[in-house]
Each structure stands twice: as C-alpha cells, then as structure tokens.
Design a protein around this ligand. Sequence first.
Ligand code: ADP
Ligand code: MG
Length: 346
Amino acid sequence: MEQKKRTEISTLGEFGLINHLTDKIKLKNTSSVKGIGDDAAVVDYKDKQVLVTTDLLLEGVHFDLTYVPLKHLGYKSAIVNFSDIYAMNGQPKQMTVSLGISKRFSIEDLEEIYSGLQLACDVYGVDLVGGDTSASMTGLTISITCLGEVEKEKIVYRNGAKENDLICVSGDLGAAYMGLQLLEREKKVFSGEKVFKPAFEGKEYILERQLKPEARKDIIKELSEHHIVPTSMMDISDGLSSELLHICNQSHTGCRIYEDRIPIDYQTATMAEEFNMSLITAALNGGEDYELLFTIPLSAHDEIITIPGIRIIGHITKKDLGCYMITRDGTEIALKAQGWNSLSEE
Ligand code: ADP
Ligand code: MG
C-alpha cells in the first residue's frame, strides 16, 4: 500500500478547515444570491416552485470505506440528492453539505470527499452554498440538502398515474446491486491478505453503477424537449418493485408489468449467474440504480419510443386488479415491496 500524506484536521481548526475546503467555490446559478460565509445562504427563485430534498449517509450503514473511495463517496452523496430533484421533473440548483468527522480522517481525506462533491456540482450545474462541520465519535456522517426549481405546471408527483397509462423506466436495472454483491464478495475473500488484487475484470459496468452512479438529467431534458410531462414519477433507489407499489398506492391504481420488458445489462446477468442468484429478483428489488420510473398517457406512446434509453415495461390498471408482474411463461406474480431498505430485517 502506498503511504498517503496525512495532515491532522487539528492543524487547521474548524474555521480553517471549512475555508480550506470551500475557498475555491464559485457560484454558477443566478438563483444563488449568497453562498458560503454568512449565517445562511440566500436563494431567489422568482416565480418558480422550490424543491427541497435531503439525504443522510452513515458510515457502516450506507457506505463501507473498505471499498468505497472517498472521492466516489462525495460524488454519490451529491448524485442521490440530484436524482430526487429530477424525479420531481425539476432541476437541482443549490446544495448544503453537513459533515460529522471522526479523528480517523485527515485533511487529505476531506479534500477527496470535496473533490467528488465539486465534480458532481460541476457536471450537474449545482452550487455548494453552505453546510455544517462537527467532530463525530462514530465514523463519518454526510448529510446533504439539495434545492431545485421547477415550473408549477411541470411538477410531477407520485400520485398522478391513471388507468391505461404506460409504465416506463430509463436505463437498466439491478446493476448497482450486483456491483455491491461483487464488492462484498471480494472484501470477504481478501480480508486479511496483504496484497489486495480483486477479480474485477469484465465487471466494470456493474462496479461503476454501484460506486459512481449518475442521475438522469438527460432523461428529464429529453422528456421536456418531446413535450412529455409524466403523470407520475420517482427515482428507483429501493428497487423497481417497491417504487412501483408506491406509485400505485398513492395513485389508487393497480399495474401489470412484463418480465421480458425489464431492461437488464449483460454484465448484471452474468454476475447473477455466477452468484447463482435470481436475475429478475435483482432487477426488481436491487437498489441504488437511480433510474427514473414514470407513467405517461397512452397518447404519448409514439413520442416516447423515439427517445433512446427508455423502455415501456407495462401499464397502469384499475386498483382492484392489483399489482402484478407477468412472467415469460405467462404466470402472474404479485409485486412485493421487498426493497433494499437498510431499516428492514435481513
Ligand atoms: P454557524 O456557526 O452559523 O453554524 P459555521 O461556522 O458552521 O456557521 O459556518 C460558516 C459558513 O461555512 C456558513 O456559510 C456555512 O454554511 C459554511 N459551512 C460550514 N461547514 C461547511 C461544510 N462542511 N461545507 C460547506 N460549507 C460549510
Ligand atoms: Mg456550523
């Protein structure tokens, strides 16, 4: 292992540290009136509606630093918030970052986290406008709050799905979950060994999906350019099955999705086979894909199929027909909210 430079945080103190990590930040958005440096940030959204979302990430619960590089952790922490703003059909504009830091972490470690946060902000056009910093007794904590904007008539909630609407998903599903399985396996296999040489070849895609996910800004743009406003939408962070049940519950509908329509990448499939796991279970219940799940009126069918990377997987039904997946051999299986919830029992 190469020896990295290590500077104790105590050499800078709290204010010196905040300054050190944030002094190069420049504001990009006109809605960011005042950023870091006062008691509160100031934003001005004029006649737009403001979206607010927040996410708490705890070491040992939401991430494992044995295999997650700090820069990736910073990037992903920001992305999961942006994804929630896009899921409302909005645009993320500002975020605040609150950190709980234990003595284990050096200034160089925090620089890594901030380089990931900053990269995400640059790629997605978001301003880092504030935060809070505290010592922690129990490892690393990151809490991010993100603000975004959306025109009132374009907001998409979870409760607007109507009978006969088409159910769509972007990208492919289950890859982030299989990436996590792979990382966990390699961690077990090599724990205790000095030379860490994990078997990751040919598995780059699923690892990237787990370690460096992206939010689907591009899909929101495509929908807008094609004048499609979904009737309901959410991002897939806990698994398709559980998210679709949220939409159906809130919209008072049922649904039918088709197993052979669910988009799955080749690497996800080979990894599931290697692990002897059910591929469809990984695609339905694996979390952290950060793809978009949305419904559109049947009348938008001809338009939606011209957008690459979106798959129609089924349709919305009356509530009393329930929520089912039709398998390849025509069997109906009830959708379950198995999800990927860190609070649920194993
Ligand atoms: P307060 O005492 O009011 O909480 P702080 O001294 O914590 O203020 O923060 C001073 C400024 O630095 C504020 O603008 C705050 O938003 C910002 N800030 C504090 N911690 C962070 C952080 N981890 N990342 C970005 N900005 C931060
Ligand atoms: Mg503070």
